[in-house]
Design a protein around this ligand. Structure first.
Ligand code: PLP
Length: 453
């Protein structure tokens, strides 16, 4: 067992066998009573968090480059977030925005309307999670257009409720035995250029994957006047941190506009500053009709929202609501989160994203198993293959890397079939990023020893 010695509070220190005795005891209790549907990876028990660091009950200190699945945007327990939560908890904990009014929710909606991409006036609907934001998007799109169908993408993940699950096309285990799903949803290939579904090469393909929607699908199988919306992740998250080319969203949006189809972007994972802009779609210069956000919005408090053009979000009272949606404490945390993002952390995400990407590209030169380093800001994926020529995926190596870096006190998650994702809190430092690149190099050295590439 590797022990990691470190006196620095903001770098890992592993002082026991992993998992330590207290963590082990908790995990044993957990196994008896918690649903077996969760996909637990490394046996990490969260006890205390600060910045990008997480301590387990045994006193081991981890550098958390998962951020609670891209949620803790301002780090763990940022003093300003704790203060906002505490202050609100001493004022009003709940009153339901469905029937009543409270200032933190109004202020948050004003802020979201201001920071949403595009100049068109916006309105906001609040819920509790990403999948609920997608449900709200589906309902609003159907209500607005009076059309039944949706077009979503292969590799997509939009959540676990019936609407979100039906739009998803990521892993079969998420759908098996849950049918019937929402009808009238078609999945078309995403612009995953490294593994193009049409075996073409960008840019020679001239965005075939987008053009074919109009030239083929709309002629053969999907009547465009029945389509309420495209639902698309700006950058695919669970599908493998897949970044589409510069024309993708613009070309798709043009088709949407031509046929009166709404453009719904799912920014649940890519939003709230993670990519070095408040919303990732700003990198593509497109104004969506509906934008779904959650995860990083409130630094770990449960909150989801859709931000829609005001003339799209004009449904009548009673059509949609949520008892807990837009809870005052979550809204207070979100207001404090956005202040921190705007004042320093979006800029930091951009800068530290560059540092990490540069470091990973250096590793790519050293290790033939790295086929791709991609991302924006602090949403970065590394795709592993057995062979760079055939691009045969190596999901085992990815899993081994997650397990090995854990022994060095680094918390990472996979995504897609064979991709390693980096979605740390947006306040990570240069020293922490250097540690991650160095540790990844050390682990790859060990795991690929003896391979010829
Ligand atoms: N949409 C995207 C792009 C996501 O990444 C996720 C979760 O990973 C969801 C929706 C669902 O969010 P939640 O788990 O908060 O319901």
């Amino acid at each position: 067992m590797i022990k990691v010695k470190n006196d620095k509070k903001f770098l890992p220190a592993i002082i026991t066998e992993l998992p330590g005795p207290k963590s082990k005891a908790l995990i044993n209790r957990d196994k008896k009573v918690i649903s077996s549907s969760y996909t637990r990876g490394e046996p990490i028990v969260a006890h205390k968090g600060y910045g990008a660091m997480l301590e387990d009950p045994d006193g081991n200190r981890f550098l958390d480059f998962s951020a609670g699945i891209a949620v803790c945007s301002t780090g763990h327990c940022h003093p300003k977030i704790v203060e906002a939560i505490t202050h609100q908890a001493n004022s009003v904990i709940h009153m339901s925005g469905t029937d009543f009014y409270y200032e933190p929710q109004i202020r948050l909606a004003e802020t979201l309307a201001r920071i949403a991409p595009g100049k068109t006036p916006k309105k906001v609907f609040f819920c509790n999670s990403g999948t609920e934001a997608i449900e709200a998007s589906i309902k609003l799109a159907r209500y607005k257009t009076r059309r039944p169908r949706f077009i979503a993408f292969q590799g997509a993940f939009h959540g676990r409720t019936f609407g979100g699950m039906s739009l998803s096309c990521s892993k079969v285990v998420q759908k098996r035995y849950f049918s019937p799903l929402l009808p009238q949803i078609d999945h078309v290939p995403y612009a995953y250029c490294m593994r193009c579904a049409y075996n073409m090469t960008y840019p020679k393909c001239e965005m075939h994957c987008v053009r074919v929607i109009e030239s083929q699908y709309f002629r053969q199988s999907i009547p465009p006047e029945e389509v309420a919306a495209f639902v698309v992740e700006t950058i695919q998250g669970e599908g493998g941190y897949v970044v589409p080319p510069p024309e993708f969203h613009q070309e798709l949006k043009k088709i949407a506009e031509k046929y009166g189809i709404l453009y719904i972007v799912d920014e649940v994972q890519s939003g709230m500053g993670r990519t070095g802009k408040m919303f990732a779609i700003e990198h593509w210069g497109v104004e969506p009709d509906i934008l779904a956000t959650a995860k990083g919005i409130a630094s770990g408090m449960p909150l989801g929202a859709i931000i829609a053009k005001a003339d799209v979000m004009n449904w009548e009272p009673g059509t949609h609501a949520s008892t807990f949606g837009g809870n005052p404490i979550s809204c207070a945390a979100a207001n404090a989160t956005i202040e921190l993002l705007e004042s320093e952390y979006i800029e930091n995400a951009r800068k530290m994203g560059d540092v990490l990407t540069k470091g990973f590209k250096q590793l790519q030169k050293r290790f033939g198993v790295i086929a791709d380093v991609r991302g924006r800001g602090l949403m970065i994926g590394i795709e592993f293959v057995t062979d760079k020529r055939t691009l045969k995926p190596d999901p085992k190596l990815r899993d081994d890397v997650v397990a090995e870096t854990y022994k060095h006190g680094l918390i990472l998650l996979g995504c897609g079939y064979n991709t390693l994702r980096f979605c740390p809190p947006l306040l990570v430092t240069r020293e922490q990023c250097d540690y991650v690149v160095e540790t990844l190099g050390t682990c790859l050295e060990k795991l690929t020893a003896g391979r010829t590439m």
